[in-house]
Design a binder for this molecule. Sequence first.
Ligand SMILES: CC(C)(COP(=O)(O)OP(=O)(O)OC[C@H]1O[C@@H](n2cnc3c(N)ncnc32)[C@H](O)[C@@H]1OP(=O)(O)O)[C@@H](O)C(=O)NCCC(=O)NCCS
Length: 166
Amino acid sequence: MVADVTIRPAVEDDLSDIAAIYAHEIANSVATFDLEPPTPAYWHQRLVGQQVGDHLLVAVDDDDVVGYTYSWSYRPRPAYNLTRETSIYLDPSVRGQGIGRQLYTVLLSTMTGSGVHTAVALVALPNPGSVALHKACGFEHVGTMREVGFKFGQWVDVEWYQRMLV
Ligand SMILES: CC(C)(COP(=O)(O)OP(=O)(O)OC[C@H]1O[C@@H](n2cnc3c(N)ncnc32)[C@H](O)[C@@H]1OP(=O)(O)O)[C@@H](O)C(=O)NCCC(=O)NCCS
């Protein structure tokens, strides 16, 4: 069953919920290579991103933020400007109900509307949910890097995914 949520641009009041979802993943998973939660300023920066194709969206269920996704700089050098890297995290209680797909679908169409040329995403392995989500949303696997992360006492491989937009 697909969950009935509202997808909308994030506002300042959402940032603490977004930070809490991400902090849980930092502490419990290799999906992110962060080891400590980022500062509030980090999330504020994502909210007010000034570059073409910077977007931060949330999925809201009964006023609760249950997930978020954003697009951001892939690398800072200006020739990369129309390539944006995407990221997505949901509260564990709502995974596997179609919310990730709804969030990413809106993000990708918003990015397309802003003229972003291509989206790229990094998936640390193993992460069957994220691999399935990216493929379901039209991303292709374009490369694998072996043992580039070290977290929870183990080396972690990452896969790159890419979707052309315009
Ligand atoms: C990855 C994540 C965002 C996916 O969101 P989700 O709402 O659980 O995924 P959806 O229910 O929208 O499913 C999307 C597709 O992936 C498939 N899928 C979802 N979870 C899966 C799993 N664990 N194993 C295999 N396939 C899975 C679904 O069947 C669906 O495919 P379909 O539309 O062709 O049927 C979510 O699980 C999550 O937040 N995980 C932890 C954080 C994370 O890993 N973020 C990504 C970092 S790269």
